[in-house]
Design a protein. Structure first.
Length: 437
């Protein structure tokens, strides 16, 4: 397995940040753009908004600090200076770093284990808010006008991830921001952002068969056609209320055009019944040129015939009794973008919805990109750094790990990331420091 270290990842980020355009003029300044970018990133990576302040205090007291030794920040800027200097930087400038994390997982063979139906890679699409206010706003904000006359300004983004049935991890891909577009009078929306994401990223992510996953918002003819045009497959949630034509056809079908498959699956001490129904070549909309899609549903019931789960999907993959269960398992893994990705980012220390800085141009989006990169770095290290993985597995939760990380880096100086990892393993008496029994 190819090994990617913390030093490798930070090196790529450092190189990318060093190439950012510095809009300052003259020669009398002490900070480089890389210091501003790494300063912001270090707070997200350690999940410590006060990381730089703590390191300034350590530098004063000890003449050394972890911002320099771990992240390579030569001079520690203030938070306000960081925000001012990063505001003009478009978040797409960080794409090479996302690519480095993705390529590291490919080279390590990790991506090969993220497979779904017909051995395809599964990419889940979903939008999420990451800032809202009734006072603070900028030209990049979207807005909602309420009946009481108030306006809510907000930022949102499409945050695609690679998922797979049976895998708890998700792999963050390049995001696409939902923001007013030049030359457009209408507000931007999630579907428009998804179309841009396809246009900009197909060449990067379309390797072999790739299946896009999405909720009911995506299960409409224009976006399905766009997905196929770019060479992707799709499995999208499909609800009766928004697809009356399709369900009218389904309800008229009979065997063998509407097939049924039942399975009994043990869950704990109970046996649950999985009932699948499926049909091929059903029109997605009205009209002679309607896109023909394949439809399936799953209903899970307990021994008392109480419904525990029900959902339905459309797909371009032809449905058979042989691939139906794998396809539904792939479709059901879409929830991971909401739970393992968006919910983790909002509730597990990344504070996705916290206002780290709004700015007047790109600051909110750029900081979100750094936050997502921190999450991606943690994912990559969990696969490729044996010491990091061992420590995370030993401690009871993600929360405990980052609490320890914050405390250690606030009070102790470490010469390197590996030095920090060795200190934690020694304290936990694991790995090379495990005591013989």
């Amino acid at each position: 397995m190819s090994r990617t270290s913390f030093k490798d990842l930070i090196g790529c980020l450092r190189q990318t940040l060093a190439g950012l355009h510095d809009r300052r003029t003259g020669q009398n300044y002490s900070y480089e753009m890389v210091d501003f970018g790494l300063g912001a990133f270090s707070a997200f990576f350690t999940q410590s908004p006060s990381f730089l302040a703590h390191q300034k205090a350590m530098q004063t007291a000890r003449g050394a600090n972890n911002a320099q030794s771990l992240f390579g920040i030569e001079v520690l800027p203030s938070d306000n200076h960081v925000r001012t200097m990063l505001d003009p930087v478009p978040p797409a400038a960080l794409h090479p770093v996302y690519d480095r994390g993705y390529d590291a997982l490919r080279q390590a063979g990790i991506l090969d284990s993220f497979r779904g139906v017909h051995d395809s890679r599964l990419i889940a699409l979903d939008g999420t808010w990451y800032h809202s206010s009734q006072k603070i706003h900028c030209p990049c904000c979207s807005f909602l006008e309420h009946a009481n006359g108030q306006t809510t300004y907000y930022h949102s983004a499409l945050t695609p991830v690679v998922v797979a049935p049976g895998r708890p991890e998700v792999i963050s891909l390049r995001p696409e921001f939902i923001t007013p577009q030049d030359g457009h009078t209408k507000q931007d929306c999630e579907i428009a952002a998804a179309k841009r994401w396809l246009e900009r990223n197909t060449a990067r992510y379309l390797e072999g068969p790739v299946t896009l996953l999405g909720d009911d918002l995506y299960a409409h003819q224009p976006f399905c056609r766009r997905t196929l045009l770019y060479g992707f497959h799709f499995i999208f949630t499909c609800k009766p209320d928004s697809h009356t034509t399709l369900y009218r056809w389904v309800n008229l079908l009979q065997e063998p055009d509407l097939a049924t498959l039942k399975r009994r699956v043990k869950s704990g001490s109970q046996w649950h019944t999985y009932t699948y129904r499926y049909a091929n070549r059903v029109p997605l909309a009205d009209g002679h040129d309607a896109l023909q899609v394949n439809w399936c549903e799953l209903t899970v019931t307990d021994p008392d015939n109480q419904v525990l789960y029900h959902n339905a999907w459309i797909t371009d993959w032809p449905l058979t009794a042989q691939n139906l269960e794998a396809l539904v398992a792939s479709g059901r893994s879409r929830w991971k973008i909401e739970n393992e990705n968006n919910n983790t980012l909002k509730t597990k220390g990344y504070h996705l919805e916290h206002n780290f800085g709004h700015g007047k141009k790109h600051l909110a989006a750029f900081l979100l990109s750094l936050n997502l990169l921190a999450f991606l770095f943690h994912t990559v290290l969990g696969f490729t750094d044996a010491h990091y993985r061992l420590i995370r597995a030993t401690l009871p939760s993600r929360k405990t790990f980052f609490q320890d990380l914050r405390a250690l880096t606030r009070y102790l100086h470490f010469p390197s990331w590996q030095g920090l990892m060795r200190f934690m393993m020694r304290g936990l008496e694991i790995g090379p420091y495990a005591k013989a029994h």
